[in-house]
Design a protein around this ligand. Structure first.
Ligand code: TNX
Length: 586
């Protein structure tokens, strides 16, 4: 049974997904009569008309590489503003306009301009690095304002200049422009997240930001196998990643409790293996078109999907569908519990390798990104030698599809294949096997379970989640350094960071968000921001301003006591649901 999608929340072209609101409401979740809300909003607008911008230029999360505030350069977005954009950046400008239109109520037309055109909002794609002539105001020597000296930009970097007359974002690639647009979104008042028009001054703090990522791989993982999540939920997670400049979504597509992706050559994988979930719910699976839709939606937001087919363990659902893959050639019962490590495909049977080749071939063909994740974790019942031989063969099958192998760090003892990436999820940074694999050429994605696992509880009373790797509140998620975390894995071998969300206990969209926020932005900052900006006190105060944004956008989050959230404004935007109120799907 493919997914049964709920209607997209913002019309046929999927943009940011938002909660629906009652007509006439000014802020979501508020039960005050519309006229009263309009009066309050208008009053607040008058109060702020002459004031400084409510957000500061250095409030951005993740922290930019360099920030040069210029209070004389505050800009106010007006109703007649247009977005002017270099032709190749048009799609980013369209997305930015779509984020800003609902709350401002402004038309914000998008028009093409030659690369150097100016206007209230200008997005310039400059294939070579912006120089003093192309990006005035970005050099100390331009105006003596103490602005940065800029050597250039490449990849995902961008410059953002705010002056009294306009905002200019410059980047070498559409991804860079997109990250700059997300920064601009954060610099507008929190009310910009409202799905309906709000009367306020749309102020942007003046100055210059010069920004680029520390690591190329910044991701989160969603386990859609323990509990299945419909396409719309996954798209919404993509939006959450993109806000914080995360650029990879790892989908854990297969496990004991469910097989979630259609494979034409082995149709029972999804049809039979997809019909279960933790707790005995109906499960579900993505058709090829569902998966293509996720991949395309993510690509538009500069997020690469990393599909995981977990092998040789975590395969009960596959064995149920095709008993010939099981060591005893007998179908096991469906599994709806939460234990790990008991199942595996038969490494001594040639049919197993035909299965692996077919599956990775089909998944690779549907996946535009360069990665294919082979899993490899917790195959406790497979003897070390057969495990190694299996992995080496499976790695070569992935390589034959043209994709680069990613796998959990248990893959480390197997032979190296070109480009191989190990995802390290240990809790003790002394790991000689991983260090040895790095010496043989492996790169590493860091997901230390005691800092980056978003299925861990925040505190003893967190209603869902595990605690085997400890309790992880925001500070613990933030206080580590991917560049030095594992002994023998130098920063040069670190591809980046990823925050996995396993879903044994997580079964609704609101629960997913509750576990992501506010820890996801902490991990995003470790992946993006230069180490020199790392500062818990400053991070917690920057993050505090995001609470009202999430509340206004209808994003569920935990109001962690470690964060100095601003006093609740009036009227109160409330998160729509708390996990403890949520109906469980299975
Ligand atoms: C370990 S970490 C697992 C998963 C579980 C998770 C729960 C890893 C690669 N495997 O199978 O879902 O713990 O926290």
């Amino acid at each position: 049974m493919p997914t049964t999608p709920t209607a997209p929340e913002t019309g046929p072209e999927p943009t940011e997904t938002r909660p629906t609101s009652t007509p006439g409401e000014v802020l979501p979740g508020v039960a005050t009569p519309a006229a009263e809300l309009a009066r309050v909003a208008a009053g607040r607008a008058t109060e702020v008309l002459a004031g400084p911008a409510p957000v500061r230029l250095d409030d951005v999360v993740p922290a930019p590489e360099q920030v040069f505030p210029d209070p004389a350069g505050d800009f106010t977005l007006g109703a007649d503003a247009a977005l002017r954009v270099s032709p190749a950046g048009r799609d980013v400008a369209e997305q930015l306009a779509a984020w800003l239109r609902p709350a401002t109520g402004f038309p914000l037309p998008v028009t093409d301009v030659p690369a150097r055109g100016d206007g209230p909002l200008t997005l310039t794609l400059s294939p070579s690095a912006p120089d003093a002539a192309a990006a005035p105001g970005t050099r100390a020597t331009d105006d003596g304002s103490g602005g940065p000296a800029v050597d250039g930009l490449e990849g995902e970097g961008y410059h953002l200049d705010v002056t009294a007359t306009g905002v200019r974002i410059t980047a070498a690639t559409p991804a860079g422009l997109f990250h700059g647009a997300q920064t601009l979104r954060q610099l507008l008042p929190a009310a910009i997240e409202s799905p309906t028009p709000v009367a306020t001054r749309w102020a942007v703090p003046g100055g210059t930001i010069v920004d680029r990522p520390r690591f190329p791989y910044r991701g989160a993982m969603l386990d859609v196998a323990r509990h299945f999540f419909p396409v719309e939920d996954v798209l919404r997670v993509v939006d959450h990643l993109a806000r914080y400049k995360l650029n990879h979504l790892h989908l854990h597509l297969t496990d004991d409790q469910g097989w979630r992706i259609a494979v034409d050559s082995w149709p029972r994988l999804a049809e039979v293996g997809g019909a279960t979930a933790v707790g005995g719910g109906p499960g579900g699976w993505y058709s090829r078109d569902d998966y293509r839709r996720i991949v395309a939606y993510a690509a538009r937001r500069h997020v690469t999907v990393v599909p995981e087919i977990d092998l040789p363990g975590h395969t009960n659902a596959a064995l149920l569908a095709y008993p010939e893959l099981a060591p005893g050639k007998v179908a096991p019962p469906p599994y709806t519990g939460t234990e790990v490590g008991f199942s595996y495909v038969d490494p001594a049977d040639e049919r197993t390798y035909a299965f692996v080749a077919d599956v990775v071939g089909e998944v690779a063909a549907l996946t535009p990104g360069p990665w294919l994740h082979l899993g490899g974790d917790e195959a406790f019942k497979v003897p070390a030698e057969s495990y190694r031989a299996f992995v080496e063969r499976a790695q070569r099958l992935v390589q034959a599809t043209g994709k680069t192998v990613v796998g959990w760090h248990q893959l480390a003892p197997a032979g190296h294949v070109d480009g191989r990436v190990l995802q390290w999820w240990g809790t003790n940074g002394d790991d000689p096997e991983t260090a040895d694999a790095v010496r043989r050429g492996a790169r590493v994605i860091l997901s230390p379970a005691n800092h980056a696992y978003l299925d861990m509880k925040y505190a003893p009373d967190t209603p869902i989640g595990h605690d085997w790797a400890g309790l992880i509140d925001v500070r613990r998620a933030y206080e580590w350094d991917p560049g030095t975390h594992v002994r023998g894995v130098p920063a040069e071998a670190v591809l980046g960071v990823e925050a996995p969300l396993w879903t044994e206990s997580v079964s609704t969209r609101a629960e997913v968000e509750y576990m992501l926020f506010p820890r996801l932005p902490a991990v995003a900052e470790l992946g993006w921001s230069p180490r020199a900006t790392h500062d818990w006190q400053r991070f917690r105060s920057r993050l505090a301003g995001h609470g009202p944004r999430w509340a206004t956008a209808g994003i569920t989050f935990r109001p962690s006591p470690e964060i100095p959230w601003p006093p609740t404004p009036t009227p109160v935007p409330t998160p729509r649901r708390r996990p403890e109120d949520s109906p469980r799907r299975s």
